[in-house]
Design a protein around this ligand. Structure first.
Ligand code: NOJ
Length: 717
């Protein structure tokens, strides 16, 4: 068992919960040997998961002094037994922290995070994270590697599915909601959140995962750091370092981001874990020469815990003994890890209460929430002649396409311990609610990646008998997520072939797009009547789609990420800066406008926006501005509208985006109802911009206040 201090009697005052936390930390730290410290900073893997894009698997470590395990086990009894070994067989009895990728639910699976953002309902996001925390903790998980808050502006990058879209402010709002959901409950339902991947991972060159990123300090502060700052302010207790190499200094060993920003500027007191093998990968990145060099660079930069490789546990003791590593770096990292373990109550409650699965997983209330989240996250992008909701007079409806019954894809990538067998698919969801007088003709038509003439023919037959075609196309769950970059974002060829054949029938088509990334729709859109982006909706996919198609619910999702026409437009996102020649520099071959903008989405009802009511036109930095806007539901059914408030700083010492989101509100309006939506703009917070040192700069001059197509100018003195 190593260590050399086995004979020293242990002063166990650190086990006393009545003592101040920092005293407990210091008492324990002062008794730890170097080997014990190095092990406390190491993470192993236990059990096996099913994510084919990130297969996690491994055996229990036999040294009970190891600090953490990724716990791909489902059985809380096994987890408790292993914890017992750790607590009872190690000299100091420091409990293990069990982490896992609970990204959009543990067993009850919610829509993928990108979809959740399209709900524009942070409270629902928070509640879904509460459910994820409860299911996880009851299954033995103390810590989730979520939320993923990398800005997604390149849909070729498969991991856009895991984040909250392209906007820094919105991502920060959802990050805070997720952190509060995971960590907000009392023990024993609280788990630690992990903001990842710190930072800039989504900028990977060419959308290729794990690649180099060229990110200026200005861009870091303006776009990539704000969601992390919001998550840290919300109380996130851990962060995960990213794989990318930021302008030559890898994120996993980057003293600027890990120390100067995170610790010194933001005062973060939790711990940072590396990503999988990212300490070892410093060698691949050409930043470290050997294992010792990797460890020294990562630890000195502020990376507290190492995921998987065991470099920390092997190199730290010898590096310190040889004088090549100052022990203060080790102590600081151990303090950070112990602090979080104390805060989570692991010393007092190392074991989880074991309840039967039926009492802790997939509870009716959890599924109801997953259904509501799915309903609110789906985005209606087109609805010609109000084809949706489906008319009750329809007698024959075709349901076609590879995603209609693909349960495994409908729960999406990173499904925690979610299982396809617990998913209600789209056909099942529709059959439950359609009256018996309606014939639903189902045919798969093709697979996502392969197809046969027979399948195609069956689809044509189903469609020929029907008045309308519901066409479920998109991506499988393994086409997005980690290690799932694509050079094209169009539908696969078997799906395009099926689509082309069905279009020939000249029947109205409703495209149900089940995807984890924006799909290029420029050749599809003109030939369909309606488009509903369902994303990968999770366990309650079918009921949610059925609720919307039948009009029991009204679509209210709005895009949190722009849909390019083709991948040639990438990057394209709403908060771009203006061109030097706005009237030129357009593509010769396609429109410069994307297919759909961030914020797009329609409803079965219509909303009318009144003029902007501003409390002042002339402002000082300390006068808050009130912006009022009347919204009226001018249609014949109740609906929800998200009101987005943008600003544009017209002239600044650092040029600013054409518009920048500073607030949003989702409101529900009955048919004919009007409401006044009110925002308070705090000039110091909302009209300032970040400079390249991370300072907020507020400059006088003209600002535009923008809501939908309304725009007013104010003057800041
Ligand atoms: C690698 C992924 O990048 C990260 O997001 C995940 O949390 C770890 N693997 C653990 O599975």
């Amino acid at each position: 068992m190593g260590g050399g201090a086995q004979e020293t009697p242990v002063a166990d005052d650190y086990k006393n919960p009545a003592l101040p936390l920092e005293e407990r930390v210091e008492s324990l730290l002062s008794q730890m040997t170097l080997e014990e410290k190095a092990l406390q900073l190491s993470q192993g893997v236990l059990g096996q998961d099913y994510n084919v894009n990130n297969l996690v698997g491994g055996k229990a470590q036999d040294d009970p002094r190891i600090g953490s395990m990724i716990c791909a086990l489902e059985d809380p009894e096994k987890r408790n037994a292993y914890q017992k070994f750790i607590v009872e067989k190690s000299r100091l009895g420091i409990p293990m922290i069990f982490g896992y990728d609970v990204i959009h639910g543990y067993k009850t699976i919610f829509p993928v995070p990108l979809a959740q953002a399209c709900s524009w309902n942070p409270e629902l996001v928070r509640e879904s994270c509460v459910v994820a925390a409860k299911e996880s903790k009851a299954s033995g998980i103390d810590w989730t590697f979520s939320p993923m808050i990398d800005i997604g502006r390149d849909p070729r990058w498969g991991r856009v599915v895991e984040g909250y879209g392209e906007d820094p402010y919105a991502t920060g709002v959802f990050a805070a909601a997720a952190v509060k959901g995971y960590q907000g409950e009392t023990i024993p339902y609280r788990i630690a959140a992990c903001l990842k991947h710190f930072v800039g991972y989504g900028v990977s060159e060419g959308g290729r995962d794990y690649s180099y990123t060229d990110i200026s300090r200005q861009a870091l502060w303006e776009t990539y750091l704000p969601p992390y700052e919001a998550g840290v302010q919300a109380g996130a207790r851990t962060l995960m370092g990213a794989f990318n190499d930021i302008c030559g200094v890898p994120a996993s060993a980057n003293p600027y981001t890990l120390k100067e920003v995170l610790r010194n500027k933001w005062g973060f007191t939790g711990f940072v874990v590396s990503d999988w093998s990212s300490v070892r990968q410093l060698m691949n990145q050409g930043y470290a020469a050997n294992a010792d060099d990797c460890v020294k660079k990562a630890l000195e930069a502020g990376l507290d815990m190492e995921m998987v490789d065991g470099f920390y546990r092997r190199s730290i003791p010898s590096l310190v003994k040889s004088g090549d590593l100052d022990p203060k770096f080790v102590d600081d990292a151990v303090r950070n890890v112990l602090r979080v373990k104390f805060e989570l109550g692991l010393f007092e409650h190392p074991y989880v209460e074991v309840k039967p699965a039926a009492e802790r997983l997939l509870l009716p209330g959890y599924k109801a929430l997953a259904r509501q989240m799915a309903v609110e996250s789906m985005v209606l992008l087109k609805n010609k002649d109000n084809l949706l909701p489906l008319s009750p007079d329809l007698k024959n409806i075709a349901l076609v396409g590879p995603l209609a019954k693909d349960k495994d894809s409908l729960i999406g990538s990173w499904r925690g311990r979610g299982e396809a067998r617990n998913v209600t698919d789209i056909e099942e969801g529709l059959r439950k609610v359609l009256p018996s007088s309606v014939n639903l003709h189902y045919a798969k038509g093709c697979g996502v990646n392969e197809g046969s003439d027979e399948e195609l023919q069956e689809a044509v037959q189903a469609a020929e008998q029907s008045e309308v075609i519901l066409l479920c196309l998109g991506e499988t769950s393994t086409m997005n997520g980690e290690n799932a970059s694509r050079s094209t974002i169009s539908l696969t060829s078997p799906q395009q072939k099926l689509f082309a054949r069905l279009v020939e029938l000249k029947k109205p088509i409703v495209l149900l797009l089940a995807t984890g990334r924006p799909i290029s729709l420029h050749t599809i859109e003109p030939r369909v009547s309606s488009i509903l982006v369902t994303w990968h909706p999770g366990t309650e996919a079918g009921p949610a789609v059925a609720d919307l198609l039948t009009g029991r619910e009204n679509p209210s999702g709005r895009l949190a990420i722009t849909f390019p026409r083709t991948e040639g437009q990438i990057p394209v996102y709403y908060n771009m800066r203006n061109r030097a020649r706005p009237y030129q520099g357009k593509y010769q071959d396609i429109s410069t406008e994307p297919m759909y903008w961030f914020g797009d989405g329609i409803s079965y009802t219509t909303f009318e926006y009144g003029p902007l009511g501003l409390s002042a036109r002339e402002l000082t930095s300390s006068t808050p501005l009130t912006v009022n806007i009347d919204i009226k539901n001018t249609g014949s059914r109740a609906g929800k509208e998200t009101v987005f408030l943008y600003i544009h700083d017209k002239v600044a010492s650092v040029s600013q985006p054409m518009k920048r989101l500073i607030a949003f509100q989702k409101v529900e309006l009955q048919a004919g109802e009007s409401k006044t939506v009110s925002f308070t703009v705090d000039p110091a917070r909302d009209l300032s911009f970040a400079n390249s040192d991370g300072r907020r700069v507020l400059e006088p001059g003209e600002f535009e206040i923008i809501v939908k197509d309304k725009k007013e100018t104010i003057n800041l003195k």
